[in-house]
Design a binder for this molecule. Sequence first.
Ligand SMILES: N[C@@H](CCC(=O)N[C@@H](CS)C(=O)NCC(=O)O)C(=O)O
Length: 359
Amino acid sequence: MKIYGDANSGNCLKVKWVCDRLALPYTWVEIDTMKGGSRTAEFLKRNGWGQVPTVELDDGRTLAQSNAIIRYLARGSDLIPSDPYRAAQMDAWMFWEQNSHEPYVAVCRFQAVYLGKAISEIDPNLVKRGYVALDHLERHLAGTQFLVGDAFSLADVSLLAYTRVAEDGGLELARYPAIRRWIADAERVLALPPVRWPQVNAAMTEASSITIRRARREDVAAIVGMLADDPLGSARERIEDPLPQSYYEAFARVERDPNLQLVVAVDGEGVVVGCLQLAVLPGISSQGGSRGLLEDVRVAKHCRSRGIGEKLVQWAVTEARARGCMLVELLTHQTRVDAQRFYERLGFARSHVGMTIRF
Ligand SMILES: N[C@@H](CCC(=O)N[C@@H](CS)C(=O)NCC(=O)O)C(=O)O
């Protein structure tokens, strides 16, 4: 049998997973749908809908539609309940997947991963409907190990495909403990390597104990400490005791300026663990729309990778929007590759080339 598929597509992976689990031999033929690979005359002879997955059986017959394919391939196996009522319950979930889950959860991911949209640009209606589907799954999975009772079935294969990668499309799984437990169980059955979002969830939990408040004069030393604590900052800042007066003078200017907000993230004990400055820049261009400018975003070294930077940036974006800004932008040094990746994950797009004259 040949499987025509895209190895990054959940619909196609359903077919691969079932074949692997049942030890069915196949040849995978990779099709690049974004380059029209599923719309060639040759492909359309196999599947007039022009979609993957499509399988070609050894006798030359073809079959399309992921759920129909896996249902055919798994006939007689333990992936389909032998009890007809249970089998119908499995079908019900698989129809629901195509009708009420995949069109939202998979399409959010498609917009982000295939079309390269920032998470913030994904159609909000899709996001809303995606969460409705996940809410429904969560409620059901809170009371059962797999979708149809205690036995793993094709319903789990079908719904696992896009649920486990929902975060690629900006749908957060942190709020769904039953779904996360079920994903781990289903991945174990299918011998799949676990998806990488558990770290994201751990990070979010820690970030939840953080509060963000306006910086005070007594925070200045901690802020300068964080600014100095990286390769570029260490050459730029002066950490002395007492701190050079210029930092306090600058802080006083920032504090007086109504368009500037210097904020700090503090942990449960009140220790400063992050900072950020938001400048709201009024301007005539673009019909007089203000711009939000993010600067000096820092997280204390021992607190990195815990979602604190994300929380700070999200705070600033919300604040800028509330102050009527039409956009938020930032400059990041071209050598800060990790920072660029971080901002892209939060929805920022590479848009300008920065230029500087230093005095
Ligand atoms: N309902 C179909 C959906 C198939 C589908 O949307 N395939 C996408 C990839 S995930 C595709 O082939 N898109 C290319 C195109 O439509 O041209 C299934 O479950 O197999």
